[in-house]
Structures are given as structure tokens and as C-alpha cells.
Write a protein that binds this ligand. Structure first.
Ligand code: HEM
Length: 221
């Protein structure tokens, strides 16, 4: 039998998924915070200042590498857990009535995560690659606000984004409280508070992203 260390153990993998999940949640707070400045309707001035700071500050640049590694570790460990659980449970959920024990989105985390990944690939190809090209290759001065506004005129992109925000919301609805549970934070008094905070977060953050995308599409900002 292969020797098992902490990271290859089931609890080790769950901890990596939980910790990277919380790290990605903290990224979302910053990302939605900066993006929400678009709603100030100041012709993207605040948004461009923030975007310029984020792409030129060296501490943020180092954290960006951590973010990409965090996303990869989160996906890799989740998929390993998913396929291991499947192989350990060849009869599937037929014996245990999964529907009675959990919500559909809790049973669909891998599917929701995959939809989110498709959104992320399209999103990064659109904005991130563009920003990095301007920063490291062409050395152009970017107007991130105009780029985002222009990209959001495409109705297909709007639909893909809204679908991505729905996947994000349901992924967070399970993932947010689940990450705290994995860390062992199971408490009579605090668990309901964490669950309520998770529900609020899962509605507010994707809701704000959607409001920004819709406002840009309809030319409201
Ligand atoms: C209205 C919605 C959104 C807009 C307008 C938007 C805009 C942007 C822009 C302009 C960038 C490039 C930043 C840069 O590198 O300078 C970016 C990067 C990124 N976005 Fe979004 N975003 C949106 C929603 C989301 C959502 C929902 C997620 C995650 C689920 C997400 C994840 C990311 C990631 C991971 C990066 C790369 C960050 C980095 O490495 O710097 N975005 N986004």
C-alpha cells in the first residue's frame, strides 16, 4: 500500500480545499469591492486608480501568484476528493437517500465548480491576459474601465457571466460554511451565525457582480 502523508490523507485534502476556499473568498471581497466602484458612475476614475494600484504594487503582484496557486490547489484537491469518493462508493447515492440528507447544490459542488472554472477561463482570457500583456509586453497605458465596458456590450458574454455568478452563488452557499466546518469550527452558538453569514455572502457578492455586469451592458454606468 502507498505510504500516506498528511496531504494525501482525506482530512489533509479537505483542509487544503477549505483553506484555499477561504483564501479565494477573501480575494472575492477585494475583487467585488474594487469592481463596485464602477457603480459610482464617475466614468471609471476610481476603478482605474484601484486597478492601476493592484497591477503595479509588488506586494499585490506576489499575492497574485499565491492566488493562482490557490485556485489550482483548490481545483486539484477537490477533484481528487471527488474521484476518490466515487471509487469508494461504487453504488452511488442510491442506497442512501442523498436528496433527503442534503441540498442539490451540496451534491453538485463539482459540477458548479466546473461551470465556475469555464467562466473563469473565459474571464481570464478576456481581462487578465489583456492586462498582463499591456503590463509586461506592449507597455501600453490601459483604461481598464473602458475595456470592461466594451467587453460587456456582448450579450453572449453577459449571459455567460450571469450563469457564472449563479454557479458562484450556489458554490459559495455550500462552500462558505463547509470550509469553517472542515477547520473544526462546529459550535452550537457560532455555526448558525456562520451559516447566515455564508448565505448573505453568497447572495450579496454574486448579486453585486451581476449588478455591475447588467449596469455596464445597459450603459447605466
Ligand atoms: C462583473 C463581474 C466582473 C468583472 C467586471 C471583472 C473584472 C476583472 C478584471 C478587469 C480583471 C483583470 C485585473 C487585472 O489583472 O488587472 C479581473 C481579474 C480576475 N477576476 Fe474578475 N471580474 C468579474 C467577476 C469575477 C468573478 C465572479 C470571479 C471569480 C469567481 C473573478 C475572478 C477573477 C480572477 C481570478 C482574476 C485574476 C486576478 C489576478 O490574478 O490579478 N472575477 N477581473
Amino acid at each position: 500500500m502507498a505510504k500516506e502523508n498528511f496531504l494525501t490523507s482525506s482530512i489533509g485534502k479537505k483542509l487544503v480545499v477549505g483553506l484555499t476556499g477561504l483564501f479565494l473568498i477573501s480575494f472575492l471581497v477585494v475583487h467585488v469591492g474594487i469592481n463596485s466602484t464602477i457603480l459610482l458612475n464617475d466614468n471609471g476614475e476610481t476603478f482605474n486608480t484601484a486597478a492601476h494600484f493592484m497591477s503595479h504594487n509588488w506586494v499585490i503582484r506576489i499575492m497574485e501568484i499565491g492566488l493562482l496557486l490557490g485556485i489550482l490547489a483548490h481545483i486539484f484537491m477537490t477533484l481528487r476528493l471527488h474521484f476518490e469518493n466515487k471509487s469508494k462508493r461504487p453504488v452511488g447515492y442510491a442506497v442512501i437517500d442523498g436528496k433527503a440528507n442534503s441540498k442539490w447544490y451540496s451534491r453538485s459542488m463539482t459540477l458548479l465548480g466546473t461551470l465556475l472554472l469555464i467562466f473563469l477561463v473565459i474571464h481570464m482570457a478576456d481581462f487578465w491576459l489583456h492586462t498582463k500583456k499591456a503590463l509586461y509586453i506592449t507597455h501600453e497605458n490601459e483604461n481598464s474601465y473602458l475595456e470592461v465596458k466594451e467587453a460587456m456590450q456582448n450579450p453572449l458574454l453577459l449571459v455567460i457571466y450571469i450563469a457564472g455568478f449563479f454557479s458562484l452563488g450556489f458554490h459559495l452557499l455550500h462552500g462558505f460554511p463547509s470550509a469553517f466546518q472542515t477547520l473544526g469550527l462546529n459550535h452550537k452558538k457560532y455555526t448558525p451565525i456562520i451559516k447566515a453569514a455564508g448565505t448573505a455572502f453568497s447572495i450579496i457578492v454574486p448579486g453585486l457582480f451581476a449588478a455591475i455586469a447588467v449596469a455596464l451592458f445597459f450603459g447605466l454606468v
